[in-house]
Design a protein around this ligand. Structure first.
Ligand SMILES: OC[C@H]1O[C@H](O[C@H]2O[C@H](CO)[C@@H](O)[C@H](O)[C@H]2O)[C@H](O)[C@@H](O)[C@@H]1O
Length: 563
């Protein structure tokens, strides 16, 4: 599948003729309809009513002005005659395992009003459940939606397809809702991606095949296994997880760093296999790159944009050399703390799962791999004095035959929520000294707000910076604190959980009342953090709310927070 591009910046996975055509349609639509309320993704999600050559010919024959634009009525006529709507590829499905109030649902949530809300959140899974329509299965070449075998829960809003890392928090919520069949089906779909492509795709669309997303498949398998003891699922998952591990630890994703003692360490980075504008944001990326001078620079920027989408944090100043200039994105030259924490957890998970099915040599191999990564993270990321792990920026001048010489000054000293993610992993949260240091550092970091843990301290307009970014990754930090077993750490975790739950409650009620996308200014100090779309909520927010309510329970009234 992967071929080398003309430039030497890495591989490129070719896209489909359909995606290329839909990008052209997207460009024309922008010219015709203008940028107000324009969502470029909408156009690459449309499907064809006829074969591509027929549709293309009709499109090419639309009357155009000298500057190439098409009139609104001609374009609307074309869309009606030749295209199906963006959401018609999927059918709403009744999940087989949904019941209004599952037996033993959230026993520690005792306040009646909060219990009522939790049941409403639980019921949102029904509104977010989809299956791929028969049309896609019969004629996949007419659709950018990829045909998945099992029904899914989608994030919602403009994201009507499965997303890799969103699925993790959705599955955490499904566990609370006792929807094990649905969760298992979602895991099986992701396993099939690994079988087909060698990695889990960013999302289930033809335009997402050139990159992955934060690798949390092993965590999903573990969560389902813990509740169901489904050994068959483990047997199916294990080869896929081993293959996925290889994807993240070889070729462009692998980085070797030599420390002061001359020991080399292998870590991983994000690196999309793409050097063109992202099809779902084609018009935006083209515009972003327009200020660059030459094609080589543009290709590199496009790779950085796609690689940043692979991080799940698209976009944040975390990946930018110059915080006010998106063209300075440098994601491929950053070794990220969170990615390596996820892979460390993947190694421990694989080792555990291999033991479950009696594959002791794999169990041993991955246990050793986890020890090596832990050492590498200690050397490259960990700052003992600051009590945080910092991203490491690769410096071209230190690159000798693909081995980078470690230098403390290349650590990015900026504070992000990702600096605390390693706490999620047992090898770190079992060390009391580390936990205490990290907890103190988190408390004084400035990241904890009324709404929970902010993604960054930078006030920028990027989606993943303060005040917009309230990542579900805070759930991992909370879990790390809880798993440490320390009383103080649990109390900090509870404090953060309370903030997140209140915020989401306020967001939910406000959004419900307004029946429109929620407006932060209406939610007083708890504004920000939730992402509640009327009638569906948002997949990962629903999941984290349910998981936190399960962990901490709830006895007080929440309604005073929503006046
Ligand atoms: O359409 C632009 C980008 O949209 C996605 O990113 C955002 O939504 C995802 C779904 O909730 C989420 O997983 C991601 O963290 C968000 O930043 C998509 O993942 C990107 O690849 C895409 O370019």
């Amino acid at each position: 599948m992967v071929v080398n591009s003309q430039s030497d910046h890495g591989p490129v996975v070719p896209t489909t003729p359909l995606v290329i055509f839909l990008q052209r349609l997207q460009q024309t639509a922008l010219q015709t309809f203008g940028s107000f309320n324009f969502d470029p993704k909408y156009y690459v999600d449309l499907s064809l009513k006829f074969d591509l050559p027929v549709v293309k010919q009709a499109f090419d024959h639309l009357p155009r002005t000298v500057n190439g634009s098409v009139s609104g009525s001609d374009l609307n006529g074309f869309l009606t005659k030749f295209m199906n709507g963006a959401q018609e590829d999927l059918e709403v499905v009744d999940p087989v395992d949904f019941v209004g109030e599952p037996d033993g649902f959230l026993p520690k949530v005792v306040h009646p009003g909060v219990r009522h809300w939790a049941l409403e959140v639980h019921s949102l899974w029904k509104n977010l459940s989809r299956k791929v329509s028969g049309r896609v299965l019969r004629n996949p070449e007419l659709h950018t939606l990829l045909p998945l075998k099992h029904p899914v829960v989608i994030p919602g809003s403009r994201f009507q397809e499965v997303y890799y890392w969103d699925s993790y928090w959705i599955i955490r919520g499904l566990m609370v809702s006792k929807m094990y069949e649905t969760a298992k089906g979602m895991v099986l779909n992701l396993i099939e991606f690994v079988d087909t492509y060698g990695y889990v795709l960013n999302g289930a669309r033809a335009y997402y095949t050139n990159r992955s997303q934060p690798p949390l498949l092993s965590s999903m398998v573990i969560e389902v296994y813990k509740r169901t003891n489904d050994v068959d699922l483990v047997k199916k998952a294990l080869p896929a997880l081993i293959k996925e591990h290889k994807f993240w630890n070889s070729g462009i994703h692998n980085v070797t760093i030599e420390d002061d003692q001359g020991t080399t360490h292998n870590l991983s980075r994000y690196y999309a296999m793409w050097d063109q504008p992202r099809p779902e944001s084609f018009t935006i990326d083209t515009e972003t790159a327009s200020k660059l001078k030459n094609d080589c620079e543009k290709k590199q920027l496009y790779r950085e944009l796609a690689s940043t989408a692979e991080t799940g944090w698209d976009f944040s100043t975390r990946w930018m050399k110059n915080a006010s200039d998106l063209t300075t994105l440098s994601t491929t030259t950053i070794v990220p703390v969170d990615l390596n924490a996820y892979i460390l957890k993947m190694e421990l998970d694989i080792s555990f799962l291999a033991n479950v099915v009696g594959e002791s040599s794999h169990a041993l191999h991955f246990a050793k791999a986890s020890e090596s990564r832990k050492k590498a993270m200690d050397v490259v990321f960990w700052d003992e004095e600051k009590g945080q792990w910092f991203d490491y920026w690769l410096n071209a001048s230190s690159n000798h035959k693909d081995v980078y010489k470690w230098d403390a000054s290349y650590r990015n000293q900026d504070i992000f929520a990702s600096n605390f993610i390693p706490l999620w992993v047992q090898l770190f949260n079992s060390d009391e000294t580390v936990v205490n240091k990290v907890a103190q550092s988190l408390e004084s970091s400035g990241l904890i707000h009324a709404a929970g843990i902010a993604t960054s301290l930078r006030n920028s307009s990027e989606q993943w910076d303060y005040p917009n970014g309230w990542a579900p990754i805070q759930h991992m930090i909370v879990e790390g604190l809880v798993r440490s077993g320390s009383k103080e750490a649990r109390s900090l975790a509870k404090d953060i959980a309370i903030r997140w739950i209140r915020t989401n409650y306020v967001t939910y009620q406000t959004s419900k009342a307004m029946h429109e996308k929620y407006d932060v200014t209406k939610c007083g100090e708890f504004g920000g953090g939730g992402e509640y779309v009327p009638q569906t909520g948002f997949g990962w927010s629903n999941g984290v709310v349910l998981a936190l309510l399960e962990e901490f329970g709830w006895a007080e009234d929440l309604s005073p927070y929503c006046q």
